[in-house]
Design a protein around this ligand. Sequence first.
Ligand code: PHE
Ligand code: ZN
Length: 880
Amino acid sequence: MRTDTGQVFKLEDYRPSDYLIPAIDMAFALAPDATRVVATLTVERRQGVAAGTPLLLDGDELKLVRVEIDGKPLKEAAYAVTPDQLTILAPPAARFSLTIETEVNPSANSALMGLYRSNGVYCTQCEAEGFRRITYFLDRPDILSVYTVRIEAPKAEAPLLLSNGNPVRHGELAGGRHFAEWHDPFPKPSYLFALVAGDLGRLADEFTTMSGRKVELGIYVEHGKEALASYAMDALKRSMTWDEEKFGREYDLDVFNIVAVSDFNMGAMENKGLNIFNDKYVLADQQTATDADFANIEAIIAHEYFHNWTGNRITCRDWFQLCLKEGLTVYRDHEFSADQRSRPVKRIAEVRTLRAHQFPEDQGPLAHPVRPRRYREINNFYTATVYEKGSEVVRMIRTILGAEMFRAGMDLYFERHDGDAATIDDFLKVFEDVSGQDLSQFALWYHQAGTPHVTVSSAYNASTHEFTLEIEQSSPPTPSESRKRLMHIPLAFGLVGPDGEDLAFGEVSGATVEDGVLHLHKRRQTVVFKGLSERPVLSLNRGFSAPITLSLEQKPEDRIFLAGNDGDAFSRWQAFNTLLTDALIAGFRRMLGNRQPEFAASLGELAGRIAANASLEPAFRALALTLPAEADIAREIGKGIDPDAIFAAREALARSIATVNEEGFRQLYAELNSDGPFRPDADGAGRRALRNVLLDYLALLPGGAEFAALHFASATNMTDRAAGLTALAHRHAGTPQAVDALARFENEYSSDALVMDKWFLIQASAPGPAALDTVRGLTAHPAFSIGNPNRVRSLIGTFAGANQTGFHRADGEGYRFFAETVLEVEKRNPQVAARLATAMRSWRSLEPVRQGKAREALVSILKVEKLSADLKDIIERTLA
Ligand code: PHE
Ligand code: ZN
């Protein structure tokens, strides 16, 4: 375990390395406990660097076996070695060959970084700094090398031997061993290196690129699960076509392989030509995967594939530039999903995710700019800010420049930087160059942390026909940035007339308004629209054009009008969502005052109208009818959070909507019962989503347990089955129906780990204080394993991240259990532990008693000696 050294890495300290490594040859002799790695590096001293300058290579827990220069063993005095570093004290020439032999133990590697074993399969994970756990190297993304890799292993144990690039040769060896050789002609950073060896089944296909090059596609999974990879394969081919059509980007090797492994720290990894995936994001069929799983698989397959150009062909100069590849690639996968499915529905889902994950990060102690300036542990910067806000920033560039100019900028980016390790400044520069626009104020979106806040009030003057907006922007202070600069905020908008059409307007003063976008640049702007003969209703931040929080003074009637009539589907959803949120906040305040919440009848009626509106796609209706989550409500309230009061208010609103609409909901529920063949596409998923939202409401009414039990028992796919089980376990916990359904589900799927994750998740998110004992008990369940990241995330991650009333028990026991468990996880896997610990990031928004208990739990973690760098960094920043 890498313990904390207190070292802080700073962007301004970046300096090119003294040496380059244009090529590396590696030979792996695989063995479970003692794998030998012989790496031969072609080392070149950079121009202008003094002869004899020491060469410092990174390592991490490495054991050196031998070191040679130009084929001759190096004298002991010529180098210095620790598990963390190999120093060649005085390299002999401007160019030489350095051979390093190391020994590593894949079986003992529970951190899942470097070379490890998952279910007996050898695999690697090198991003960000895992390659240094395989051999000593300049393990930084601006060192680009051509890799040639030879893998040797017992054939029975590992018939499959894969690495990056194209296969070169393979053959038999004495003693039942065999080998394979791979060559990747594209120079790449070490974090993109990959190796896989084991006994796996293969789903094969092929793809012909736009220039007629044939690519062999392979997805490798556990034997017998090949058919479960067919949706992933389909998504891959669609991704390849889409990138050609939308970005003119073609695949560049003869083979593209994907391997699914069951122990993986993240979602998936874009290693050149050999993507390695968490099996959760590969394996699916209607009986084992939900519609959400299918959508995730499609998105992540696309994401990793798109990295081939945005990440691999053009990589990052240093880890401060992580968003260069991640934000951009998320933007690309979002656009892909929008094109494959429903654009408005996708956008609403994206915004919900952004608000649920990025906003609390940006508004709490872990806030950092999309392009950070410092870090202690880079693993802790694979965040919603770098990924999701990073994507929003790219989206804003397109909003500001327009689709055509944006594409021209992307083309220039690929042309100018192919083969480079680039920076955010390089990225912004291409858009400035193609458009002639100055993006320096816009660049603050990369450099300044925090969610900008915009307040708006409006007035209509019937005699002058003027519509006036008073707009003010501010950005709250974030850690180490107390004073903020003013941002360029592009707000898409419409002035909606009584018939729902956008009104035309005349002259505008006070802001640049172009193509339906109002550009804010200053602290205060008074914007006047002339020539409006009727009072418009303002629809602002359409499509969520800017990732901000917005206080818009608006009458409830206007919101109700927008919810039904806005030409922008996102804004229709937003208008209704704001009405719901306002009602829930009012309900919360009544609860705190020991009064029962009350809700306007108009809200329930509007919900009923939306549900029944057949002109709206079912997926949209499902999203509209989904009440803001407890955490969403908490975030809007901001401080003094009592999760029990929020839960009660939300429950009361759900009941009132269900009661008002019982008849309509029952009828629609019955109509949506489709008997046709299962399709995981947007239409099929949308119908199921709507039906399952109705189930959630109907489960709250008398007879709800029977109703949900019937839904569960008659389900023909996992989406409906999981929804039924959730309704039972969350709304009717302890009833015979719930107990029976949980037992049946467990029985049916006990040998399918990924499905058991759903069983863990549903129980871990069951509201109320009893969840803690349930979760504690489930840690002893045979299907649970504290060493497996997916299991830990479904049980512990869900409990801490998605169970407001269970985790935030007033007695603080949830926090105590959590602190203990995080430390237990940390012993094996610091990275997963640190990510888990971020669940505490909003602790300061709790009411004082819970806040005190949360703090105690955090402090108890810090008292442990020898904390990992990963966990210590998160806890210290959370407490700061
Ligand atoms: N680079 C991966 C992705 O976004 C994520 C990842 C980071 C995976 C670090 C593993 C380790 O696609
Ligand atoms: Zn990525």
